[in-house]
Design a protein around this ligand. Structure first.
Ligand code: MG
Ligand code: ZN
Length: 372
């Protein structure tokens, strides 16, 4: 009663002062309209490797015509090409998002001249934010690597692993244990070095994804010795890892966080030209996007951005397809150069509409944080 009376009073006084009663009839909407755009405290960047528009469409039709991406109010398209090829690879693609530079295929966090470029994750650490990387590939694979490592060639996995010691990232989860603790190039045991640097290091040999140490200061969890298996062969950690990670990032979170969570194997299904592989990875990743959005909506200060580095397989949904009975056809075993959708929700979301280069995602994320 008091509340509605105040509302009427508020509407009335504004109506007198500006003389446009029809535009401020709803004081709630009025306050929303005059509110300054908020900065994002936290950013969740979700990269579906190889997740082009056809993969998204197929994932949606395969899921009774529904997909988490329908919850995003802002949609854009990015131009995915690299500096030397119209079809990017995941290294140049992720380096564009992470570092804001167009570079050559195979480059990890370096520019065309192979010089290191600071990543948004490294900048976040310097600014006092918490950071994390989660993937369903090895953690030294091109997409996660480009956010924390600098290397002229994506397959220098042991060198890339060593770069994890150079940035005090709070959390990483993914495969590739052997590149840390059984290295061929040197005698270093990076798992021990991580422990000495304050990390709790866990692995799938000893602990289930449900047994991660939420009290750890910094945490590394290896989900496989090399590549984790596909979802359709039993991999099921990405959703619980996402839920754990977001809560973990939010612990003692005064300055905000940056986390990149990758659905790595949508791409591998495309390279393999296996429809079931693509569809099962899309289903797995859709649940992750849902969970991230639920978490961010509850939080209210978190920007969620979903995109892909490129499309893989030249996938088409054949005209013989029916809802829930798709005929998927591939035109390639490689990446393609089609533009890639970008979905945004949360503070700064409006920056992500339109058509722009993949490097702009880096600039837009920085702008959403309010960084100069
Ligand atoms: Mg990848
Ligand atoms: Zn690929």
């Amino acid at each position: 009663m008091l509340r509605s009376a105040l509302g009427i009073l508020f509407a009335f006084s504004v109506a007198i002062s500006c003389g446009q009663p029809e535009r401020i009839a709803d004081p709630q909407a009025f306050r929303k309209k005059i509110a300054k755009p908020k900065k994002a405290k936290n950013v969740i960047l979700l990269i579906g490797d190889g997740m082009g528009l056809t993969q998204i469409s197929a994932g949606m039709y395969n899921n009774s015509n529904k997909i988490s991406l329908e919850r995003f109010p802002v949609i854009g398209l990015h131009k995915s090409h690299s500096s030397d090829k119209l079809t990017t690879d995941s290294a140049a693609g992720a380096t564009a998002f992470a570092c804001g530079v167009k570079t050559y295929n195979g480059a990890i966090g370096v520019n065309q001249d192979t010089l290191a470029v600071q990543s948004i994750l490294e900048e976040a650490e310097i600014k006092g934010l918490r950071t994390g990387l989660v993937a369903t590939s090895t953690i030294v694979h091109a997409t996660p690597a480009s956010f924390i490592a600098h290397n002229k060639y994506r397959k220098n996995y042991e060198e890339i692993a060593a770069d994890f010691l150079n940035t005090p990232i709070e959390l990483f989860i993914g495969g590739g244990k052997k590149f840390f603790d059984r290295r061929e190039s040197d005698k270093r045991n990076l798992s021990q070095e991580l422990q000495r640097a304050g990390y709790t290091v866990q692995d799938y040999f000893n602990d289930d994804i449900t047994e991660l140490d939420s009290t750890a200061q910094k945490l590394a969890f290896f989900t496989a010795d090399n590549d984790p298996v596909p979802a359709y062969q039993g991999r099921d950690y990405l959703l619980p890892a996402t839920q754990f990670s977001l809560d973990f990032m939010n612990k003692q979170n005064e300055n905000g966080f940056f986390i990149m969570i990758e659905g790595s194997q949508i791409d591998w299904g495309g390279h393999a030209n296996i429809p079931e592989y693509v569809l099962s990875e899309m289903k797995d990743y859709d649940a992750v996007i849902h969970a991230a959005l639920d978490w961010a909506e509850e939080d209210g200060e978190t920007l969620v951005v979903v995109t892909a580095d490129h499309e893989t397989g030249g996938l088409a949904i054949d005209h013989t397809s029916k809802l829930d009975s798709l005929e998927l056809k591939f035109t390639s075993t490689k990446h393609t150069a089609t533009m890639i959708p970008v979905f945004a929700k949360g503070p700064g979301q409006e920056k992500f509409s339109g058509i722009y280069e993949n490097t702009e995602i880096y600039n837009k994320l920085r702008a959403a944080y309010g960084w100069e």
